[in-house]
Each structure stands twice: as structure tokens, then as C-alpha cells.
Design a protein around this ligand. Structure first.
Ligand code: ADP
Ligand code: MG
Length: 239
């Protein structure tokens, strides 16, 4: 069953750039879908529209059949992890992760339990009192992930979350995210421009080009049977 439905969505920015062009996509419950494409192909814009940080010029977005096209980000059952962490560096890890739950008015004991649970899940048990600026880049992205997971979103949105990390760390975090995603069965949209990343973790890959879907399919199908020279070229290039 489709949890997320993107229906004929376009985004034309002021100045005339068409970032997303009449794009439709359905994502099933518990699926991890990678949006894969070169820089400028509209991946972030599409993700930001699902998260509510950008408004479509045209089209509609549904989550569980409800039209959320015009809903504020805070009201949506989504949570987003950005490429650069966007954490509060003057707060400790615990407070960063607890922030969203405080806004929701959860009792302190429940907040503590939930935050400690997700910190353990992302490999940061015992790090609650550390300040953000004392952490490595990889640890900061773990905190960003924990901050999203603690909200128990219906849909998790990840925009090149490990792009700034070295290859080894990126591969490790990718595996851990896939693990957590499968354990929680959380529907996930994962943006990347790295085909190795998409091929290794996705249930389905959406290859994007100029704001449109060039091919949608399972990793092995996209890899073995690229439908266009663009997909063949893009999947073929190692980076
Ligand atoms: P990607 O994430 O695939 O690199 P983006 O969604 O960031 O692509 O960008 C798609 C296109 O939209 C690019 O041409 C980019 O320059 C343009 N764009 C993105 N954000 C804005 C904005 N806020 N204002 C104007 N143009 C934008
Ligand atoms: Mg981007």
C-alpha cells in the first residue's frame, strides 16, 4: 500500500528554474527509496516538498491518503536529516534529540526513555551530556538521525546525510541506517548522487534527471537494464 503519493508535482523557482517537472511517485509502507541523480537534478527540492520546506508550484502530495501539500512541516508525519547537521552546537546531545519531544509536551520521564533508546540505536549510548562541538562529523550525523527517529515519523527523509564523511565511514553508516530502517520498518526517502550508495541500500531507485524520473526500479533492474543512455552512463560511472 502506498504511504506516500506524489502526484504530478512541479516546482518552478522565482527566476524560472524548473527544479521538479511534473513528477509522480508512489512509495510503499516500509520501503526505502533512493532518489539518485547528478547535482541539480531536483532531488533536494523534491525531498523538501515532501518535508514541507518548499511548496509545490503544481501538483499534490498525500501521506496515508491525506493531502498534506499545504501543511506546515511540524504538522507532517515526516522528519528530515540534512546534509549538514543543523544541530544546536551550544546544546548537548540529549537536548538536541529531546527538543522535538519537548515541543510535543511529553512527560520528562518518557522523553528520557525515548531519547536514550534512540541514542543507543544510533550507537551513541552514554553520549547524552556531550556537547555537539565535541563530536566528530560522523557522530554529529548520528545525532541528527537520532533527532529524526525519536519523533517516530511515518516517513524519514535523508538528504545526502553522509556526503561530507569519508568513504569508509559513509559505508558503515549506510549499513547502520539500512539496519535501523528495516528494524523499524520505516518508510524512507534517501537522496544521494552516489550510485554505489543507491545500489547497495535501496528497495527501489528513482533515477532523476532535470526534475523528472528517468527510470524507477529495483537496484538490480536499474543496474542490469538501464532504460536510457543517461541511466546507463550515470550508473556506470564510479565515484
Ligand atoms: P539536487 O539536490 O539534485 O542537486 P536541487 O533540488 O538542489 O538539485 O536543485 C534543482 C535545481 O533547482 C537546480 O537548478 C538549482 O539551482 C535550483 N534551485 C534549488 N533551490 C533553489 C532556490 N531556492 N531558488 C532557485 N533555484 C533553486
Ligand atoms: Mg541536493
Amino acid at each position: 500500500m502506498a504511504v506516500l503519493k506524489i502526484e504530478n508535482v512541479s516546482k518552478i523557482f522565482q527566476g524560472g528554474t524548473t527544479a521538479v517537472d511534473d513528477l509522480s511517485l508512489e512509495v510503499s509502507d516500509g520501503e526505502l527509496v533512493c532518489l539518485l541523480g547528478p547535482s541539480g537534478s531536483g532531488k533536494s527540492t523534491l525531498l523538501r516538498m515532501v518535508g514541507g520546506f518548499e511548496r509545490p508550484t503544481q501538483g499534490k502530495i498525500f501521506i496515508d491518503e491525506a493531502d498534506i501539500t499545504d501543511q506546515w512541516p511540524e504538522r507532517r508525519p515526516t522528519a528530515m536529516v540534512f546534509q549538514s547537521h543543523a544541530l544546536w552546537s551550544h546544546m548537548n546531545v540529549f537536548k538536541n534529540v529531546a527538543f522535538g519531544l519537548r515541543l510535543r509536551g511529553l512527560p520528562a520521564a518518557e522523553i528520557r526513555q525515548n531519547v536514550e533508546g534512540v541514542l543507543e540505536m544510533v550507537g551513541l549510548a552514554g553520549y547524552g551530556k556531550r556537547m555537539i562541538h565535541q563530536l566528530s562529523g560522523g557522530q554529529q550525523q548520528r545525532v541528527a538521525l537520532a533527532r529524526s527517529l525519536v519523533l517516530e515519523p511515518k516517513i524519514l527523509l535523508l538528504d545526502e546525510p553522509f556526503a561530507s564523511l569519508d568513504q569508509h565511514l559513509r559505508e558503515r553508516l549506510r549499513e547502520e541506517v539500512r539496519d535501523i530502517q528495516q528494524r523499524l520498518k520505516i518508510t524512507t526517502l534517501f537522496v544521494t548522487h552516489g550510485q554505489d550508495e543507491a545500489l547497495s541500500m535501496a528497495d527501489r531507485i528513482v533515477v532523476m534527471r532535470d526534475g523528472r524520473t528517468e527510470q524507477i526500479g529495483r537496484p538490480d533492474a536499474v543496474y542490469r537494464k538501464p532504460l536510457t543512455p543517461f541511466v546507463a552512463g550515470f550508473i556506470g560511472t564510479m565515484n
